[in-house]
Design a protein around this ligand. Structure first.
Ligand code: TPP
Length: 339
């Protein structure tokens, strides 16, 4: 695996071309590592949920890592995201420490929101994360508002809202797309289309010629993206963010992807067809990207195994931390309550 300390320091003995190649390798490995971290994190949450240790429902994003990571790792530090109910991967990609995120999901005191939010309302403002959200489509106006504020300040940030295919028929989406288009807001609408809303197939409840058409009708550039391919997602997001930063307004990315788990941890998914499941599993974003990295000679099988062992260790430590963490104190019950 390439090391780039020489390049980062601009040191002697490293040509521009070598440094470019090393940077590209580091960048690719960062995409891989972040996706892997999300997968291990979610699989640990699945086990904790099965053991009854997560208060309330958890919705896991295993399978959707390329969309999570491809979008967020195309953004700059000050940019905003607004997530949805399946949002742990977005939080991790935006830099949330996994021990504090897991403590939040378990409702523990050191959690990112003091144990008050659980899985579905994790707000991490220092990292520009406007929150996971239990209301279908609820993050859309939050991102549009952050984009409006960024434009008013003239500071160049971009805001992304993630939503599932279930939000395609929410009035909120259409109101915000209309407003973002007429005001040229620097917002990127990202539909993580995993084919199902709860237990219902998307095409059974969604009218119109295509999902893209939902954005096109407002004059918003709208494209379908291979949501299992992290590089494809990132390039599409970089292009959308570049347009937004120079005042060209919103974009709509329809990332076609797949959730491995059910609607919530514990859903047996008998509404899905086995052949369809197998077809999507063959596109697993981690397995296919690992093959790409090896084919491009950016990493060997051993390199990837070492990354996996490291990530597994980090998640194991986060689980131990979160499980041992205290519950919020009773005296803190009414803190942050207004009225
Ligand atoms: C406004 C609103 N309506 C209904 C619900 C109940 N609900 C929770 S998740 C969900 C389905 C969401 O599906 P989708 O957006 O496709 O996301 P996915 O779960 O597939 O990732 C529904 C209907 C809700 N939380 N909010």
């Amino acid at each position: 695996m390439a090391a780039s300390t020489k390049c980062a320091a601009g040191g002697a003995g490293s040509s521009k071309a070598q440094c470019g190649a090393q940077d590209a390798t580091e960048d690719s490995l960062r995409l891989y590592r972040t996706m892997l971290l999300i997968r291990h994190f979610e699989e640990s949450v699945r086990r904790l949920a099965a053991a009854g240790e997560t208060p309330g429902l958890v919705h896991l994003c295993s399978g959707q890592e390329a969309t999570n990571v491809g979008v967020v790792l195309a953004l700059r530090e000050g940019d905003y995201i607004a997530s949805h109910h399946r949002g742990h991967g977005h939080c991790i990609a935006k830099g949330a420490p996994i021990d504090l995120l897991l403590a939040e999901i378990l409702g523990k005191a050191p959690g990112i929101c003091g144990g008050r939010s659980g899985s579905m309302h994790v707000v991490d403002l220092p990292r520009g994360n406007l929150g996971t959200n239990g209301i279908v489509g609820g993050g859309i106006p939050l991102a549009a508002g952050a984009a409006l504020a960024a434009r008013a300040r003239g500071t160049g940030e971009v805001a992304v809202c993630f939503f599932g295919d279930g939000a395609l028929n929410q009035g909120l989406l259409h109101e915000c797309m209309n407003m973002a288009a007429i005001w040229n807001l620097p917002v990127i609408f990202v539909c993580e289309n995993n084919g199902y809303g709860e237990f219902t197939a998307m095409e059974d409840v969604t009218a119109g010629p295509s999902v893209n058409a939902r954005g096109e009708v407002f004059g918003i550039p709208s494209i379908a993206v291979d949501g299992m391919n992290v590089r494809a997602v990132r390039s599409a997001t970089l292009a959308a963010a570049a347009r937004a930063r120079v005042g060209e307004g919103p974009s709509f990315l329809v990332c076609n992807t797949w959730r491995y788990g059910g609607h919530h941890a514990g859903d047996k998914q008998d509404y899905k067809d086995n052949d369809e499941t197998k077809r999507w599993e063959a596109l697993d974003p981690l397995i296919t990207f690992a093959h790409t990295l090896m084919a491009e000679k950016r990493a060997s099988r051993d390199d990837l195994a070492a990354i996996e062992a490291e990530v597994a260790g980090q998640v194991k430590a986060a689980v131990a931390f979160a499980r041992a963490a205290p519950q919020p104190a009773l005296e803190a019950l009414e803190a942050h309550v207004h009225g």
